[in-house]
Design a protein around this ligand. Structure first.
Ligand code: HEM
Length: 349
């Protein structure tokens, strides 16, 4: 029997992980529908807690007000970048005229971005609860407590980065950092969940693990992370091409992306082989009902779905729903692969 305080932590931690994936889904919808600028200010939306649904509800002269606010914020951000030695990027932000352009009001886009922010706020609150409840491990497993606290800071930083994404009018490099940090936060939550469970549930650790299988799991995880980072690069290129002056049609986007897409496609092949190999090795060593087997099955299903979404992107002119699916599946692949690596990495004493 688990002590109630530990049970409570595990429960909240599990909900937080689900909420984090929902947040990635919401972020993906925002991106693929181009709703990122649906709320021109942050954290409120058009200066309201509940955003408007019609143009007539917009505050008078809002365009100038938000552009001036954004300009001041970007100047502060550029100064910080200067201080850390990123003068080139700082200059780019100062010179970027698109940052000052304002978008016509569109209620659907505003509400899409608003729902994304609501899911974000709930997730932030859940991470805070995790940190509070993790205190129960302060003596038995301090790491759980420490990482839960770190995650609250990470999500605070992520929220700030979100505001920069808005004020720099969705600047590509910053979006990538935003995406990778989201995976770090997911990773920490999965880690604390695993550590808390492994403390009492020794079945979780029934293992026949040789060091070979552990390395294979680690290698496969690294390949997925590299694949995600490169995929985000493909996405940035596509965003750049889509918003470029001559505005090519969707069917031309991929032809213009260049070598980063070829690398992404080739690495997917290597990554797929690693997952398949892991699948067969785990199948040959673990009973069907073990966690290790179940998570390897899940990994394979996610990989197949990811390939389907990739085919849609590559051969059906990058439909928006496939963009979102590809992003969410990539983060699920990361989460599953990471949990599997933790499961394979330890043996019950
Ligand atoms: C293990 C397999 C794969 C993973 C983990 C993965 C991951 C990713 C990620 C994270 C992105 C960025 C999404 C975003 O920021 O919205 C992306 C973009 C992309 N990937 Fe993959 N990918 C995989 C396989 C493939 C394959 C096999 C292809 C094509 C044959 C492909 C084509 C693309 C395209 C076209 C984009 C740009 C999509 C967009 O503009 O939204 N991917 N990928």
């Amino acid at each position: 029997m688990l002590p109630p305080a530990e049970k409570r932590f595990l429960w909240i931690n599990k909900i937080t992980i689900v909420s984090l994936f929902l947040l990635i889904l919401a972020g993906g919808v925002v991106r693929s529908t181009g709703s990122g600028m649906g709320c021109p200010d942050w954290p409120k939306c058009f200066d309201k807690l509940v955003p408007p649904t019609e143009v007539s509800q917009l505050p008078a002269g809002y365009e100038e007000k938000y552009i001036a606010g954004r300009q001041a914020k970007n100047e502060r951000f550029a100064k910080t970048l200067d201080r850390f030695g990123y003068s080139e990027l700082a200059e780019q932000i100062r010179q970027d005229e698109s940052i000052l352009q304002h978008e016509e009001f569109n209620a659907a886009k505003t509400w899409t971005e608003y729902i994304n922010r609501l899911v974000g706020a709930v997730t932030g609150f859940l991470l805070l609860l995790c940190a509070v409840f993790s205190f129960t491990f302060f003596k038995t497993k301090k790491r759980i407590f420490i990482w839960s606290i770190i995650n609250v800071f990470a999500v605070g930083f992520q929220a700030w980065l979100g505001s920069i994404v808005v004020s720099t009018n969705l600047m590509p490099g910053i979006i990538t950092v935003h995406m990778l940090l989201a995976l770090v936060i997911v990773g920490i939550s999965i880690y604390t969940y695993f550590k808390a469970r492994a403390l009492r549930d020794k079945d979780l650790l029934i293992n026949h693990t040789s060091s070979g299988i552990k390395w294979l799991a680690a290698l496969s995880l690294l390949l997925i992370i590299a694949q995600i980072a490169i995929g985000t690069g493909v996405r940035e290129e596509i965003d750049r091409i889509a918003s470029s002056g001559d505005a090519p049609s969707r069917s031309e986007w991929l032809d213009r992306v260049g070598s980063v897409f070829n690398i992404h496609r080739s690495l997917a092949f290597v990554s797929g082989i690693a997952v398949l190999f892991l699948f067969f090795v785990v199948r040959s060593r673990f009973a069907r009902n073990t966690y290790q087997s179940r998570f390897t099955n899940l990994l394979l299903v996610l990989l197949v779905l990811q390939i389907i979404s990739a085919v849609m992107l590559a051969y059906f002119d990058i439909p928006p729903f496939a963009q979102t699916a590809h992003l969410v599946l990539a983060s699920l692949l990361f989460g599953t692969q990471y949990y599997l690596m933790l499961l394979l990495g330890k043996t019950a004493r």
